[in-house]
Design a protein around this ligand. Structure first.
Ligand code: HEM
Length: 198
């Protein structure tokens, strides 16, 4: 959780609420992230971009194809597969909804948490999400060229770091449902379980 009203950011820099959006994204970061997404959307490039990201994912990390047995995942067949097109559209629009809410910490976290639960049931880990993030950034650079400069790359890198942090937290809770409880809570929970078992 970001601390919007904290005056001290941990080192000796002063952080003012007015120039710091939630989750550590600055107002400038939010603006860079949104303008990149708007560019893709307005130019009608979202599906094409999404296809490129998935092609990158499937060719650079072939093990990820195993999650999609019902889809055509080879680079020359993907674009002819209506099922694949539908998946790419859904994933890209979900990513777009994250971007739409990247200035609103709680909403963004809620969206990522929901998707994390869906994916964790399919054993997609935080590392897989990190890999996917690297493909998105690589393809943004390729597609937008000089329009995707160092500042924009930094903003997107921060954005995915936040996404993956939330995902990682849900993964930890998923692997160990008691992990978010304090020692006292765990002891109390265990006592309750023991009582019920008797
Ligand atoms: C930010 C990254 C990602 C987003 C936003 C995302 C989003 C989505 C969405 C919206 C769906 C459809 C949900 C539904 O049918 O209700 C989906 C399905 C799925 N995603 Fe992701 N996804 C991401 C990354 C990944 C990665 C990295 C993998 C694995 C390598 C993955 C594996 C899957 C699988 C296996 C399905 C189900 C496909 C099916 O059975 O039809 N996703 N994803």
């Amino acid at each position: 959780m970001g601390n919007l009203f904290s005056c001290w950011s941990g080192d000796d820099k002063v952080t003012r609420p007015s120039d710091q959006a939630p989750q550590g994204l600055s107002v400038a970061d939010v603006s860079y992230i949104k303008s990149t997404m708007n560019k893709l959307y307005k130019n009608g490039q979202l599906l094409d971009f999404g296809m490129k990201v998935f092609k990158d994912l499937f060719t650079t990390y072939p093990y990820t194809r195993d999650w999609f047995p019902a889809y055509h995942t080879s680079p020359n067949e993907m674009e002819q597969d209506d099922n694949m097109i539908a998946l790419v559209v859904i994933v890209m629009h979900t990513l777009r909804s994250y971007v739409d809410y990247c200035h609103e910490e709680e909403t963004l976290e809620g969206l990522v948490e929901k998707m994390a639960r869906f994916h964790l049931k399919r054993y997609v880990t935080t590392v897989d999400m990190e890999i996917f993030s690297s493909c998105v950034i690589r393809q943004l650079k390729k597609l937008l060229g000089i329009e995707f400069n160092a500042k924009q790359e930094k903003a997107w890198t921060k954005f995915f770091a936040l996404h993956n942090k939330v995902y990682g937290r849900i993964e930890t809770e998923w692997l160990d449902p008691l992990s978010h409880l304090s020692v006292t809570d765990v002891t109390e929970t265990e006592t309750e379980v023991n009582k019920k078992a008797q």
